[in-house]
Ligand binder design. Structure first.
Ligand code: GLV
Length: 326
């Protein structure tokens, strides 16, 4: 009997490719270019599994042309690049890579928070420029982090991990989420659930950890930014479209808020030109989960999920269990 065939759409860690090779015929796109939707559809012909990345857009119109594909294993915890209900309707299983990246992503959200608050990138550029003449009492003064208020939108795994870091810095933790935490977890994290408006009004730092859905597109826009303190700092390690980028540029330019730390953008890899002109923003190229260990493990998890389906098993990180037929 011939082996099942898997398409890996873009370069991943080699250890992960090695895991699946003994079991499958592998069509590995061993490059960083990725595939256009047309190329992906063509290369997926005859494949039962696709290992995809967040740069692969898989809307219903593309899924409709993936005949024979049984599983799409995304190398990411987020899956807004895939129309999961449309996949379910076609009986295609979809998996992601949760948990492994929680702490790594929270580390980076905190790194952005600290860099923006204490002007680390500005300091680096200043020293590099050769303009540093003498020590001054108010040279690059920033804002304290300890004992300030951290507001977290989306208190899932990553939001909770960010709260724990905030606790370590003696911060006051507020959160807003449709689902309240248990009283025990609230007590452990020292976190208080408040309304969206109160969180915006009271926080010195606002960190975003909501998934991108139709409801959270432009979750933070001009009205929300206007509610924030002029000294507040916004951190986004979730997804770019959660923030209305032109509104944020205006708010940073007019000092409606003090600063932002951004890892994600509305049209990656494009960045709003206004953001590139501002000093009060710290920018990173979607690397919050990018530690060697985590990115390697994410690659392996995606491949393990794909392999499980091809071997007739339920994958560990199934997003649409209703589509699974044992
Ligand atoms: C990265 O952004 C992810 O969703 O894993």
């Amino acid at each position: 009997m011939s082996q099942p065939k898997v398409l890996i759409t873009k370069r991943i860690y080699p250890e992960a490719v090695a895991l699946i090779r003994p079991h499958c015929e592998v069509d590995y796109v061993d490059s960083d270019a990725g595939l256009s939707p047309e190329e992906l559809i063509q290369r997926a012909r005859g494949c039962q599994a696709i290992v995809s990345q967040l740069t692969d857009k898989l809307p219903a119109a593309v899924l409709a042309q993936l005949d024979g594909v049984r599983v799409i294993a995304n190398v990411a915890v987020g899956y807004d690049n895939i129309d999961v209900p449309a996949a379910t309707a076609r009986g295609i299983l979809v998996t992601n890579t949760p948990d492994v990246l929680t702490e790594t992503t929270a580390d980076f959200a905190f790194a952005l928070l600290m860099a923006a608050a204490r002007r680390v990138v500005e300091g680096h550029a200043f020293v590099h420029s050769g303009k540093w003449g003498k020590w001054l009492i108010d040279l690059l003064v920033g804002q304290d982090i300890h004992h300030r208020t951290l507001g977290i939108f989306g208190m899932g795994r990553i939001g909770q991990a960010v709260a724990r870091r905030g606790r370590g810095f003696s911060m006051n933790i507020l959160y807003s989420d449709a689902a309240p935490l248990s009283p025990e977890l609230e007590a452990e994290l020292g976190a208080r659930r408040v309304s969206r408006e109160d969180l915006l009004r009271e926080s010195d730092y606002v960190s975003l950890h909501v998934p991108l859905t139709p409801e959270t597109r432009h979750f933070i826009g001009a009205a929300e930014l206007a509610l924030m303190k002029p000294s507040a700092i916004l951190v986004n390690t979730a997804r770019g479209p959660v923030v209305d980028e032109p509104a944020l540029v205006e708010a940073l330019r007019n000092k409606t808020i003090a600063a932002a730390g951004l890892d994600v953008f509305e049209e990656e890899p494009k960045v709003h030109p206004g953001l590139l002109e501002l000093d009060n923003v710290t920018l990173a190229p979607h690397i919050a989960s990018a530690s060697v260990a985590t990115r390697r493990r994410m690659s392996e998890m995606a491949v393990e999920n794909a392999l499980a389906v091809l071997l007739g098993r339920r994958p560990a990180n199934l997003l649409n269990p209703e589509a699974f037929q044992p």
